[in-house]
Design a binder for this molecule. Structure first.
Ligand SMILES: Nc1ncnc2c1ncn2[C@@H]1O[C@H](COP(=O)(O)OP(=O)(O)O)[C@@H](O)[C@H]1O
Ligand SMILES: O=C(O)C1=C[C@@H](OP(=O)(O)O)[C@@H](O)[C@H](O)C1
Ligand SMILES: [Mg+2]
Length: 177
């Protein structure tokens, strides 16, 4: 069942957790629209994230991200994937309270494999493995604090992950009445 004006699921977690991919699979399974704040920002800016970081800086990107998340939380009733750093903003964390936030957990080794060494993600320039390790250490407690459900993704396909998210959230929906 969809709830008008509120996302049916909000996916958070580190780069490489599979948020964008799993959101697409969940949207198809539930028959609802999918939004991804990274794509919203790229569309509004008319340039890729990597270019926004290089030409306008991370702080500028984070401001656009706060707006994109707030807009999507207010207006989108399908599945919503956030960028990995969206939860760093305190107002965004506050705005997530009461939403069906799912933390897609991923360990260092699977995250490195998934993002690849030639990653287009600007925060991973340089040593991908050590950058991801630092981001996982810093952000895991934040993902845990905003999530109502955590789903482990290590060694599992995106389809298996999407199935677990769907069954778990459908179960919550049934329990909520
Ligand atoms: N569970 C999974 N197992 C293996 N590869 C995955 C899984 N989920 C996503 N991927 C792959 O990992 C890469 C990053 O996925 P993506 O959905 O962009 O992650 P995120 O949005 O969390 O950064 C993509 O190439 C995607 O196909
Ligand atoms: O973790 C981060 O700070 C970022 C994650 C990226 O999204 P994904 O998590 O979807 O890769 C994207 O928003 C940007 O490169 C910054
Ligand atoms: Mg993504």
């Amino acid at each position: 069942m969809t709830r008008p004006g509120r996302p049916r699921a909000v996916l958070v977690g580190p780069m490489g957790a599979g948020k964008t991919t799993v959101a697409g699979l969940l949207g198809r399974a539930w028959g609802v629209d999918v939004r991804d704040t990274d794509e919203d920002i790229e569309a509004a800016e008319g340039r890729p994230i990597a270019e926004i970081f290089v030409d306008s800086g991370e702080a500028y990107f984070r401001e656009r991200e706060v707006e994109a998340v707030a807009d999507a939380l207010d207006s989108h009733d399908g599945v919503l994937a956030l960028g990995g750093g969206a939860v760093l903003d305190p107002a965004t964390r506050e705005a997530l309270v009461g939403h069906r936030v799912v933390f897609l957990r991923v360990g260092l080794s699977d995250a490195v494999k998934r993002v690849g060494l030639g990653s287009a993600r600007p925060l991973l320039l340089g040593n991908v493995r050590s950058r991801i390790k630092a981001l996982l250490d810093e952000r895991t407690p934040i993902y845990e604090s905003v999530a109502v459900v955590t789903v482990d993704t290590d060694g599992r396909s995106a389809e298996e992950v999407a199935d677990e998210v769907r069954v778990t959230l459908d179960g919550l929906e049934a329990a909520d009445g």
